[in-house]
Design a protein around this ligand. Structure first.
Ligand code: SAH
Ligand code: SF4
Ligand code: F3S
Length: 542
């Protein structure tokens, strides 16, 4: 979800699905009703827009929705920031570095505005939090309009771009988390359904799609800004999600990723219904939720699995979901993963630390014992499942010995992939009341040590795939490598073939050589090379 950088080493994005080939600048479609054409504004009167997206898949999904709304209002997409007349920046606030990326571009944005006084800049996403408006204006002086994540559906109206195409939206509302005023995702489910129903989500890929199922976060992680940026958990209605899944299947999508900060707490805030009378369960730790009679993620996954093509196969061949907090990882969900053939054999299960006292300070609600018990059950239910995680090093009060417990956990679990980051205090979060007492140099060293160990484990995990035949959903054509770096991948017989890449069901990145027409196809590849972050192989039968 987050890109992690350490000196000299760059980890891949937690890109559970690649977005597929770059989509060319999009142009607006005409109105559904011909008679509306005469009411449309002159195209040139509308700004050409560019959306700059940072952060996780939720932000990328939100950006697809915003781009869709702008296209529906008649705006064209500009290929880059420099030539846009409207720039929408969808920010991430998870660490200071993520915010700095945008703060550091204010000078460039101001110069663009000086050159084009008509340029308007909107800033939205997780950096926009209600109590902080004066600070926002100070940090982002080039910005004209700030929108909280829950206000994004109002973008077009707030810019005065509503046209014959676009209905006028509602005015924003606020709610509180503790004593902090935050946005509430109350209306997002409705506006999403409207966007899907009217076909205005401008999806970035024709192969893999994101499908938001729950907005916000109710968890108690003391280091995390997300509950303050995105407000409490709000589940989308069960049938709306199924409708969107059906739409995606009909449009030919091969892979769907269910999205939420905590997908496995899906449904607890919905009303009980007789059709879900059989759903029951309890959390195994901490604050309890009343889950009886409400839909849950297991129920949702089974319903999507039941969408079938005419030949009886799952209409969506690959189903994924992120992110799962271990707290809500129920036995019902584990059974659904085991039973449903469409669910991919990969689980991202953030652990954050290998030390119980650190987990307690982080407010994570589980112990390492709990976590390992859940993992053992999953591995028993879905043999060979790939597991990835997130780890924070250098959290408040983390001793050297506690850090070493995180290293020991890597050896115990043997993750396929780890996204690690140094703790970054976030203003307003509960952890700012603890001392950020691990020196920056120690944080950096711990991060490098951990990544080096995981690099070895990742390589060993990947080597287990050598010689095996796997299904790869090809989703990208990559630029040719500079001369001398081709390592024999292109043979003369395959002149005209390109460097392709895709993902296995267990989310391994696989490079291969083949015809670009294979993009969007699930092909069989025999694995010939393994690295710590990717595999390479040859098409079988090609
Ligand atoms: N809801 C998801 C994703 C949260 S953000 C989850 O709970 O897993 C993704 C990751 O960013 C987290 O898992 C955590 O490892 C990291 N993160 C969050 N806040 C952070 C902070 N203040 N400093 C460093 N890393 C942080
Ligand atoms: Fe942040 Fe924790 Fe919520 Fe994830 S579960 S978004 S880490 S508060
Ligand atoms: Fe970043 Fe917000 Fe996602 S803080 S990680 S964009 S939920």
């Amino acid at each position: 979800m987050i890109q992690t950088r350490t000196p000299g080493r760059e980890l891949p994005m937690l890109d559970l699905i690649a977005t597929g080939p770059a989509v060319a600048s999009r142009v607006p479609a005409g109105p559904a009703d011909e008679r509306l054409t005469e009411y449309l504004p002159e195209t040139r009167a509308l700004p050409r827009f560019h959306v700059w997206t940072l952060g996780c898949q939720m932000n990328r999904s939100d950006s697809e929705e915003m781009a869709g709304r702008l296209l529906a209002a008649g705006c064209e997409e500009a290929p880059s920031l420099d030539v846009a007349e409207l720039i929408v920046i969808n920010t991430c606030a998870i660490r200071e570095g993520a915010e700095q990326k945008v703060i550091g571009r204010q000078g460039q944005l101001a110069r663009l505005k000086a050159a084009n006084p008509g340029l308007r800049i909107v800033l939205t996403g997780c950096s926009v939090r209600e109590p902080d408006r004066a600070g926002l204006r100070r940090r982002y002086p080039a910005v004209d309009l700030f929108l909280r994540p829950d206000e994004e559906p109002e973008l077009v109206d707030r810019l005065g771009l509503a046209s014959a195409h676009a209905p006028i939206g509602a005015v924003g509302a606020t709610t509180t988390v503790g004593r902090t005023v935050v946005g509430a995702a109350d209306r997002l489910a409705g506006t999403r359904a409207q966007a899907v129903g009217s076909g205005t989500v401008a999806r970035g890929s024709a192969i893999s799609a994101w499908l938001p199922i729950i907005y916000g976060c109710d968890k108690t992680c003391t280091y995390c800004i997300v509950p303050f940026s995105r407000g409490p958990e709000r589940s989308r209605p069960f049938d709306d999600i199924l409708d969107e899944a059906r739409t995606l299947a009909a449009a030919g999508y091969r892979e769907v990723t269910l999205l939420g900060q905590n997908v496995n707490s899906y449904g607890h805030d919905l009303a009980p219904e007789p059709r879900f009378a059989h759903v029951a369960g309890a959390r195994w730790a901490g604050r309890q939720l009343d889950l009886a009679g409400r839909p849950d993620l297991a129920e949702l996954i089974r319903a999507i699995e039941d969408l079938r093509t005419s030949d009886g196969r799952p209409a969506i061949g690959r189903l994924r979901f992120v992110t799962s907090h271990p707290w809500d990882l129920s036995d019902r969900l584990i059974s659904a993963l085991a039973d449903c053939e469409s669910v991919c054999e990969h689980l991202h299960l953030p652990v954050q630390s290998g030390s119980d006292p650190v987990l307690r300070r982080m407010g994570r609600q589980y112990t390492i014992g709990h976590y390992l018990e859940r993992l053992a059950r999953i591995r028993e239910a879905v043999p060979g499942i790939a597991i990835s995680t997130d780890i924070i090093v250098g959290f408040c009060g983390e001793t050297e010995a506690q850090f070493e417990e995180s290293l020991a956990l890597l050896e115990t679990v043997r993750y396929d992939q780890v996204f690690a980051a140094a703790y970054s205090p976030r203003p307003g979060t509960p952890a700012t009341r603890l001392a950020d007492d691990v020196p920056a140099a120690d944080k950096r060293r711990r991060l490098n040590t951990l990544l080096a160990i995981q690099e070895r484990i990742g390589l060993e995990r990947n080597q287990a795939w050598l010689g095996r035949e796997v299904e790869v959903l090809v989703d990208a054509v990559n630029a040719p490598r500079p001369h001398g770096h081709e390592d024999g991948a292109l043979d003369p017989a395959s002149a005209g073939a390109s460097r392709l890449s895709g993902r296995t069901r267990s989310n391994k990145l696989v490079h291969l050589t083949g015809d670009p027409s294979l993009v969007g196809q699930a092909v069989t590849v025999q694995i010939a090379h393994a690295g710590p972050y990717a595999l390479r192989g040859a098409l079988v039968g090609a």
